[in-house]
Design a protein around this ligand. Structure first.
Ligand SMILES: [Zn+2]
Length: 187
């Protein structure tokens, strides 16, 4: 089926089985994490459609064509979308037709979660292996080496810094890691 918007905006709208349609929440999360919230509308627009001209995306979302392309290439960089380039028979120029890579989303989400877990594990290690000093007014928190360099005085307000019990931070980090690992198991 052909959708004629005008002479240079032609798109093929095929039927996709519902199974292939990306989960909204998953798509939103993955795009926000990898590209940023400004690309969410573009990705959402492609959801459930196939081979959509970038001119149509721009028009439907009321975005400038350069901005639309910029966001599409960002999504492409992160493997969220793919495209085919076709020469327009009438105009003689090339138009890109875009598709969402719905089957990649779970994999991308796993990668995002893994990176988050790795970062948290690193932070946990740092918390477990170091002592931290906190200003009484809570403006600064430093590790032992920094605290010594500053003679245990807060660089912001000059108050004395005291050894902080970071057990709660450690517990919080452990819980966050556990939650993310649990999600991973369910994905
Ligand atoms: Zn202070």
């Amino acid at each position: 089926m052909y959708l004629l918007h005008n002479d240079y905006k032609i798109s093929w709208v095929g039927k996709i089985s519902t199974k292939m349609i990306a989960d909204k929440e998953l798509l939103k999360e993955v795009v926000t994490e990898l590209v940023g919230s400004e690309a969410v509308d573009v990705a959402m627009y492609l959801r459930g459609k196939t081979k959509i001209s970038e001119f149509i995306i721009a028009e439907e979302l009321e975005l400038e064509i350069h901005r639309t392309r910029f966001l599409l290439y960002k999504l492409l960089e992160h493997n969220v979308v793919t495209f085919v380039r076709k020469k327009d028979k009438i105009k003689g120029w090339y138009i890109c037709y875009w598709d969402l890579k719905s089957n990649m989303l779970n994999q991308l989400k796993e990668k995002i979660d893994k990176e988050k877990i790795d970062k948290l594990l690193e932070r946990l290690k740092r918390e477990q292996e170091n002592q931290f000093y906190l200003c009484k007014n809570a403006c600064t928190r430093t590790d032992f080496d920094q605290a010594i360099q500053q003679n245990f005085k807060c660089p912001e307000c000059g108050q004395l810094m005291a050894l902080q019990d970071n057990q709660r931070t450690i517990e919080f980090l452990k819980q966050r890691i556990k939650d993310l690992q649990k999600n991973k198991g369910e994905a």
